[in-house]
Design a protein around this ligand. Structure first.
Ligand code: KG4
Ligand code: ZN
Length: 333
């Protein structure tokens, strides 16, 4: 019988408490996510102090559910993977402390993992060997907007990143300025379905130093001015659709620009923003069979991508008991 290697993945970098059990890297036995959306929605964004308190409240239940639904006990786990950055420090510390306690108590080794790398890994859970290298991996979430080149040894080269707001943050801020809820992504996506994407022309800023880095704060300010100027006459679905189109144009443009110099065999779109069906369609149109986008359950934060990455890194250095968490951690490092 083939040997099994089970990893437990613990993720608490933002506002979701997530734990999963994965066998041999891709067989997801359980993946439990406890969302805090109702706690943060009235504030229009994640309140860090509330997020860490909610993680403390929920993490044991999430752990129990993940183990029960996988039908395993700690004795069946070979390695624990935990997100140690980047993210909200207080939130990260809850997951890390829980993971350390489990590891110390059971003697199961613990591996520290990067959240952005885990998002990239989410594509490999479902598509595995179909992803050819070099691949372009765009991670677009509430806190991160990074484009990497990934080689066959899974080394990452950072090609471009946002210089200010993350894409998901821009979705969240647009929703907030329209007086709608949090998270903004799904709300804007729904509104945009009935809007004209050519309704408003929004800026697509370029860096003065000719770098292909991105900026979303100018788009945010332009939208804010439009909201003020148009008042009651604002075409809300039109603005949502125009914003989504602008985001799609920018993300796809960056991949194509880098691909001109040295072509990619595959294109991965990951992170919470990859749950957006319009952007998924645009990526499929632009990159066809080369596009690999995780299904919805692995697009936003989840423990399966962490457990899967732990398996990939199972032979790397394990976390010491004094392992720290990092609010910023820029890859590669
Ligand atoms: O990866 P994620 O769950 O957490 C972070 O690592 O930040 O991403 C959350 C972000 C939020 O900004 C949310 O508005 C955005 O992903 N998001 C979306 C959609 N669903 C979630 N953005 C656009 N369209 C969506 N359908
Ligand atoms: Zn994330």
């Amino acid at each position: 019988m083939a040997e099994t290697f089970r990893t437990l993945g613990i993720e608490s970098s933002c506002d979701d408490t997530c734990i999963a059990v994965v066998e041999n890297g891709t067989n997801v036995l359980s993946s439990i996510v406890s969302s805090q959306i109702p706690v943060h929605s009235e504030y229009g964004g994640v309140v860090p102090e509330l997020a860490s308190r909610e993680h403390v409240k929920n993490i044991r239940t999430v752990y129990r559910e993940a183990m029960e639904s996988a039908g395993v006990s700690l004795n069946d786990i070979d390695l624990i993977g935990v997100t140690v950055g980047p993210g909200l420090l207080g939130s990260l510390l809850v997951g890390l402390s829980f993971a350390k306690a489990l590891s110390f108590f059971s003697g199961i080794p613990l591996i520290p993992l990067n959240h952005i790398e885990s998002h990239i890994q989410s594509a490999f859970i479902e598509f595995g060997d179909a992803i050819r290298f070099p691949a372009a991996a765009f991670v677009a979430s509430g806190g991160h907007t990074h484009l990497f080149r990934v080689d066959e040894k899974r080394n990452l080269t950072l090609l471009a990143r946002t210089r200010d707001d993350a894409v998901g943050e821009a979705f969240d801020k647009l929703s907030k300025m329209l007086g709608l809820g949090y998270p903004g992504g799904p709300i804007i996506e729904k509104l945009a379905k009935t809007g004209d994407e050519t309704r408003y022309a929004l800026p697509k800023p370029r860096m003065s130093d000719r770098s292909l880095d991105m900026s979303f704060s100018g788009i945010k300010s332009a939208m804010f001015r439009l909201v003020q100027k148009e008042g009651e006459n604002l075409d809300v679905p039109g603005l949502a659709a125009s914003f989504q189109k602008t985001v799609g144009d920018i993300l796809i443009d960056r991949i194509k620009q880098f691909g001109k110099e040295s072509p990619f065999e595959s294109v991965i779109l990951a992170g919470g923003v990859s749950a957006n069906s319009y952007l998924r369609k645009r990526f499929r149109q632009a990159f066809g069979e080369q596009a690999f986008i995780p299904s919805m359950r692995y697009a936003t934060d989840n423990g399966a991508m962490v457990a899967s990455l732990a398996w990939i890194k199972r032979n790397e250095t394990k976390a010491p008991l004094h392992q720290e968490a990092f609010s910023t951690w820029i890859l590669p490092s």
